[in-house]
Design a protein around this ligand. Structure first.
Ligand SMILES: C[S@@+](CC[C@H](N)C(=O)[O-])C[C@H]1O[C@@H](n2cnc3c(N)ncnc32)[C@H](O)[C@@H]1O
Length: 304
């Protein structure tokens, strides 16, 4: 990525490449296809897929600083939303409006057993308030153990229920850079407000591994803060807020296509804008008009 960006201390970088070289050293250019540990073997806050190469110390530092930051945060909605617990309701409303037509379009309206994965789930806020309304089973993956424990506690009522119910099933204490989902398990992989913790190469490796976890019509939803230009590096929690063109470039490099994209409305104006991207692994079908196929249940004008 060639656009300029800056960090929270006001330092300007001429490109993301320069910033990553600074933050990760020589491992910034390391292979993006390194082997990842399975959920069962990874440990809390472990250091990343490319850890064994040269310069891995800086990558390890990148991740451990982030984990240390989150370990010091209270396991509450206010905590995981950086003091903006007030956005929970509009966030849930926006996610619901985005996902509902996509589910109908991809999976039809007939009863189906739907399974989702909540990535960087924190205390299970997204799972509890939103995903469990749409999915029969939700797995959570989160590297910070006190968040995951809080999720487990608050979702107790949703566990071990009958076949047809909605339950939180598995809780994996693993960072995304080390996580590989079970093959063909998920209809939707939901990634919200956590992908900024991953440098570009681990972002690409993660999506490439996670593709395998999707069912044939399955898709990803990435819901993230968007920088106006280039990127913004937050030195406190070691996360990067990327611009829309930056994300689109990364999607291309992951071999992902945008099925749908929408802005989150009604956020306080001092916050970053937020976008929701639905991403698929093969090019969405285009109608003769050149438009993407419209979800069957979306509003349409009546023509007589
Ligand atoms: C802003 S909170 C969002 C939590 C949740 N997605 C939500 O919307 O309520 C960011 C979350 O990312 C998690 N996180 C930090 N580093 C991560 C990593 N490398 N992989 C996955 N999640 C990570 C944090 O522990 C925290 O739970």
């Amino acid at each position: 990525m060639d656009s300029r960006g800056f960090d929270s201390a006001g330092r300007v970088f001429s490109s993301a490449t320069e910033m990553w070289a600074e933050e990760l050293g020589s491992s910034a250019t390391a292979s993006t296809t390194a082997e990842a540990a399975s959920p069962a073997t990874a440990t809390e806050g472990s250091g990343g897929a490319s850890e064994e190469g040269a310069g891995d110390g800086k990558r390890k530092e990148w991740y451990s600083k982030a984990i240390a930051y989150w370990q010091g945060v209270e396991a509450s909605t206010e905590g995981v939303l950086g003091g903006y617990g007030c956005v929970n309701d509009v966030d849930v409303k926006g996610s619901d409006a985005f996902l509902r037509p996509l589910l109908a379009d991809r999976f039809g309206t007939a009863k189906r057993h739907l399974v989702a994965l909540d990535c960087g789930s924190g205390i299970g806020r997204v799972t509890k308030n939103f995903l469990l309304r749409h999915f029969n089973e939700v797995d959570l993956v989160e590297p910070v153990s006190h968040f995951l424990e809080a999720a487990r506690e608050s979702l107790t009522g949703y566990m071990d229920q009958g076949e047809d119910s909605h339950k939180a099933a598995n809780f994996y204490c693993v960072p995304l850079q080390d996580f590989t989902p079970e093959e063909g398990k998920y209809d939707v992989i939901w990634i919200q407000w956590c992908i900024g913790q991953l440098p570009d190469d681990d972002f690409i490796s993660f999506f490439n591994r996670a593709k395998v976890g999707l069912k044939p019509d399955g898709f990803f939803v990435l819901k993230e803060n968007i920088a106006r230009n280039g990127f913004v590096l937050d030195k406190e929690d070691n996360s990067v807020t990327r611009s829309d063109p930056y994300f689109r470039e990364l999607f291309k490099r992951c071999g992902l296509y945008i099925l749908s994209v929408k802005d989150q409305k009604e956020l306080p104006e001092e916050l970053f804008a937020v976008k929701m991207y639905a991403l698929v692994t093969s090019q969405p079908k285009i109608q003769k008009s050149g438009k993407r196929r419209r979800p069957k249940n979306s509003p349409r004008m009546i023509r007589s």
